[in-house]
Design a protein around this ligand. Structure first.
Ligand code: CA
Length: 220
């Protein structure tokens, strides 16, 4: 899952980036409203954390512009303490949730997980596909209750597939959603991660759809 973090305070941006990256997300950063709008308009983010007080273009305007062009990714806004009017304006502009500064990283991560899973129609933090379970709270996967040892990249691939069960996911989609913008992207590595995951999963769970991509199939 790939997240855009928009925050102009360098200290807070660095803290956010570290916290969100360590929770297993690929992270892109923006420090002003113009860059933020462009990135959210052109890249397929799974969620956005958007500060409202930003240089060049304020967060509410950024959000309104995205929504007016049907950019539907979940957006969590960061508002100042006592800024109830900002929350109202933000939600009316299309925010899906808000958090008041200062906040605990754990709360931000919980809200981010909830936004992402709801965007894909999942009600619970634990995703289930046949014998396979994935707990997005602690980044653990298990087969029939037995924990799987996954590298962080394998986890990211599996988490993306489990958020999209029974859908064909192309290698291009995986690259777009698993790596940050500045990352040296190589879609061949996706094949390697899929190969390694398959060795750890029950046979047949990750299907190759010729010429199109991969599909995590829910066993009947
Ligand atoms: Ca700010």
């Amino acid at each position: 899952m790939r997240v855009l973090l928009v925050e102009d305070d360098p200290m807070l941006q660095a803290q956010l980036a570290e916290g969100v990256r360590s929770a297993g997300y690929a992270v892109d950063l923006a420090s002003n409203g113009i860059d933020a709008h462009f990135m959210g308009d052109t890249e397929p983010y799974d969620a956005v954390v958007l500060d409202l007080g930003l240089p060049q273009m304020d967060g509410i305007s950024v959000l309104r512009k995205w929504r007016s062009t049907a950019r539907k990714m979940p957006v969590l806004i960061l508002t100042a303490r006592d800024g109830w009017h900002e929350k109202v304006a933000g939600i009316d502009a299309g925010a899906d949730d808000y958090l008041t500064k200062p906040f605990h990283m754990e709360e931000l991560l919980a809200r981010l997980r909830a936004l992402i899973r709801r965007a894909h129609g999942h009600a619970s933090a634990e995703l289930v596909c046949g014998p396979l379970t994935l707990d997005t709270r602690n980044q653990r996967a298990a087969v029939a209750g037995q924990a799987l040892a996954l590298t962080s990249h394998e986890y990211r691939v599996l988490a993306y597939l489990m958020h999209h069960p029974d859908q064909i996911i192309s290698r291009h989609d995986l690259v777009e959603h698993l790596y940050a913008q500045d990352f040296d992207r190589d879609s061949n590595t996706i094949e390697v991660f899929i190969g390694r995951l398959r060795k750890k999963l029950p046979p047949g769970l990750i299907e190759t759809v010729r010429g199109l991509g991969y599909r995590l199939t829910t066993p009947p």
